[in-house]
Design a protein around this ligand. Structure first.
Ligand code: SAH
Length: 270
């Protein structure tokens, strides 16, 4: 699979491409990612890619020229259908929110061309001129299309044949074969059997595979009903309470965050 990414922040993807399954897919020749720096296709010597919106209002827009020129270079013609096997993807909050089945379908394409917006978005001619599938990560606004691009790449790459090892089949994940398309994974535990006063459900230590499978099925159903409840808003209080007690992951994340270098880096271009 080949993925072309058009962005004004080409280095955004440096670490992403060097880790996890994306790295595995690239190293084994299953994935070829090419980054196009939109500034390279700007027409002036300041490499301008943005301009003010007609009609006034806040913010800037991605100009049409660098995008059209970059897409010319990639062989995606304005006003035409996409070449066979090519999937042009526009990152856009007005787009469709994808599910697992969409990613499965997308992972069958030979080539993706992903355009990452920035600023207030795109000059609408960019949106109109190409046969985009418009993709949204969710009903909230980010500052750019790079994170949504990484999300869908990571989701699709693990579905490519041979990327996940035998022991890591996607089939038992949420939204897959074991759970069904709407289903959620069951909860998991590993060693030690006791940690800080917390144990592991007895049945998982029993060695009784029938009983374990039954327990996992029930737990998977429970996860689904918990999520439905949370979605209806009944759990919002505990989610937003700011009390760390319920979520060990949050404590770990907080500690890790302190070690991240460049935390105070400010985006210079906007
Ligand atoms: N003015 C736009 C937001 C622009 S945010 C609006 O209100 O709809 C700048 C860019 O970030 C977008 O062009 C898009 O590429 C990306 N982006 C922001 N939120 C996104 C989301 N939820 N899903 C996909 N892309 C998003």
């Amino acid at each position: 699979m080949q993925i072309d990414i058009l962005t004004i922040f080409p280095h955004f993807f440096d670490q992403f491409l060097r880790h996890g399954m994306v790295r595995v897919a690239r190293q084994t020749g299953r994935l070829d990612v090419r980054i196009t720096d939109l500034r390279a296709y700007a027409e002036d010597r300041h490499r301008t890619v943005d301009d003010r919106p007609y009609g006034g209002g806040p913010g800037m827009l991605l100009k049409p020229e660098p995008v059209f020129r970059a897409l010319d270079a990639l062989g995606l013609a304005a006003g035409a259908t996409a070449p066979e096997g090519t999937l042009p993807l526009l990152m856009c909050p007005r787009g469709q929110q994808l599910g697992q089945q969409d990613l499965e379908q997308f992972s069958g394409a030979r080539r993706w061309i992903i355009l990452c917006g920035r600023y207030e978005g795109y000059d609408e001619r960019i949106v109109e001129a190409y046969p985009w599938r418009r993709v949204s990560l969710g009903d909230y606004v980010l500052s750019g299309g790079e994170v949504p691009a990484m999300a869908i790449i990571e989701g699709a790459i693990r579905l490519l044949p041979g990327v996940l090892g035998d022991g890591e089949s996607a089939l038992r994940d949420s939204f897959n074969e074991w759970t069904g398309p709407e289903g959620l994974d069951h909860a998991h535990w590993t060693r030690p059997p006791q940690y800080r006063g917390r144990g592991v459900p007895e049945v998982l230590l029993s060695g009784d595979h029938g009983a374990i499978e039954k327990w996992r099925r029930e737990n998977s159903k429970q996860q689904r009903s918990n999520r439905l409840q949370a979605t209806r808003g009944t759990n919002h209080e505990s989610v937003n309470s700011g009390e760390p007690g319920e979520s060990p992951a949050r404590i770990t994340d907080g500690a890790a965050f302190k070690e991240v270098p460049g935390e105070n880096d400010v985006e210079q271009d906007q």
